[in-house]
Design a protein around this ligand. Structure first.
Ligand SMILES: [Zn+2]
Length: 185
């Protein structure tokens, strides 16, 4: 296999090099992987989240991860989760969804789908609704019982924004930069 994006799914490996690969990434796994990869850019020590916005032609139109606002040095702002509110990250950090929407490379994300690692909070739900995004695909809903997630679901339901948990075909995707130099066997 000479693809740099190698998957850990041995039984699906193409039997030879003359037929179409069967272990290629499906669209949903691909977009969720882009969200997870962009999360690797985050400097947040506790939660790294990525988001990827896709239009109805399966084109990526926005990517983001959680981080401090532009021109606000992340060395000058706190990353703590506890303590006085002003000394925590919460008043300052921009969530991945906000950054993905603001980073859009087209005039509108209306009708698009957003892929996110974590179910969006209520503040991001507002942004998703106001931007016209129609569908949320998330991996984890681990904060489901938190008030901000309950409020988020309430808003998304009222605005008829669909949300679906993603069940990946591949549980793990490994990127091996050396693989591109591997010889065909
Ligand atoms: Zn949020």
């Amino acid at each position: 296999m000479d693809n740099p994006c190698q998957q850990n799914d041995k039984e699906n490996v193409s039997p030879d090099l003359d037929t179409k690969r069967k272990d290629y990434l499906e669209w949903r796994d691909y977009f969720m992987s882009v969200a997870f990869l962009s999360a690797q850019r985050s400097k947040d020590p506790s939660t790294q989240v990525g988001a990827c916005i896709v239009n109805d032609e399966n084109k990526i139109v926005g990517i983001g991860y959680n981080g401090m606002p532009n021109h606000c040095s992340d060395d000058d702002l706190p990353w703590a989760r506890k303590g006085n509110w002003l000394d925590t990250k919460y008043p300052y950090v921009c969530h991945a969804e906000m950054n993905a929407i603001m980073n859009k490379n087209c005039s509108s994300v209306s009708g698009c789908t957003i892929y996110v690692a974590l179910f969006p909070c209520n503040e991001c739900a507002k942004l998703i609704i106001q931007s016209g995004i129609k569908k949320v695909i998330y991996m984890s809903d681990k904060h489901k019982e938190n008030d901000c997630m309950i409020a988020s679901r309430k808003l998304l339901d009222l605005a008829h924004v669909e949300y679906t948990q993603h069940i990946p075909k591949h549980r793990k995707i490994v990127i091996d930069f050396d693989n591109i130099n591997a010889r065909h066997k």
